[in-house]
Design a protein around this ligand. Structure first.
Ligand code: OAD
Length: 261
């Protein structure tokens, strides 16, 4: 009985909270979104942390850092080519699609993503700030020119630029700064948002993890969607625990129903 009562209180609290999130989304004009690896998990792309996270099995210093790249560029390239092949063969899921749909609904709307997979754009999102770069782009470490992925021949080993410089994936590695204008714009969005989402991110990697906190600090209604609690959970106005591909389309459906009612 006690267990049942506790469950009722918990469910009731979550339901109330979800209702408030729906109200906030119905009344919002400016919506910002931060996404992380969890939003692409249902498309078949592995996350970094958590039970099956990549960083449980692999060493980020070897594979996602300049010193690892300089030590063994072949290994790093093989790992990125392996991930590119996965990404090219998966599709955006229902969460990506719901976020893309929201864009035409709000006068000010953007997604800041830590993901490098391009799935938001493939789902139809137009305003996407890639905080950690994009795996399908590469750049020369010597002259800085950006090269699209189709310029990279998988058979040729470590790619070189026409200037002779070593080519690297155009992603942000550990210890590297994030692209300044993208970061600045993402913080501006967070500061001005009426509603701010944090979806499928462990909220453990900074500076991206500051974005929902910045939004909270400036008065936004913050909605978190994640499989499990994170450091943001106790701070968020609403925290929905479950799969993004299920929770987000359901939430968005309820918002649309309420707006048109
Ligand atoms: P993480 O792997 O740290 O976190 C993924 C989060 O998604 C976890 O909190 C999971 O609980 C949650 N999750 C998993 N499946 C989900 C689902 N179907 N629906 C909702 N949530 C789900 O990924 P990020 O927070 O994106 O950086 O990691 C941030 C950065 O750390 C990455 O961009 C990468 C990594 O090292 C660099 O490589 C620079």
């Amino acid at each position: 009985m006690e267990l049942l009562t506790r469950k009722f209180i918990k469910d009731n609290r979550l339901n109330c909270s979800r209702e408030k999130a729906i109200d906030a989304l119905c009344n919002a004009k400016r919506v910002g979104v931060l996404t992380g690896a969890g939003i692409s998990a249902e498309s078949g792309i592995a996350t970094f942390r958590g039970e099956d996270g990549l960083w449980n099995k692999l060493n980020p210093e070897e594979l996602a850092g300049m010193s690892g790249f300089l030590k063994n560029p072949q290994l790093v390239w093989e790992w990125y080519q392996y991930r590119r092949n996965i990404i090219e063969n998966v599709k955006p899921n229902a969460a990506h699609i719901a976020l893309a749909e929201m864009e035409s609904f709000y006068p000010e709307y953007s997604i800041s993503t830590q993901n490098i997979d391009g799935l938001h754009q493939r789902a139809g999102s137009q305003t996407v700030f890639e905080l950690h770069g994009n795996i399908l782009r590469n750049r020369c470490m010597e002259c800085g020119v950006t090269l699209q992925d189709d310029h990279i021949d998988e058979q040729m080993g470590i790619p070189k630029c026409s200037c002779g410089g070593l080519v690297r994936p155009n992603v942000v590695w550990f210890g590297e700064p994030l692209p300044e204008s993208i970061l600045t714009t993402s913080f501006e969005v967070a500061r001005h948002a009426d509603v701010y989402f944090s979806i499928g991110t462990s909220a453990a990697v900074y500076p991206a993890a500051y974005l929902p906190i910045e939004a909270l600090y400036h008065g936004a209604f913050v909605i978190e969607i994640n499989l499990e609690p994170t450091e943001l959970t106790p701070l968020a106005n609403t925290s929905l625990q479950g799969k993004a591909g299920e929770m987000l389309p359901a939430l968005w459906q309820d918002v649309k129903c309420k707006v048109t009612a």
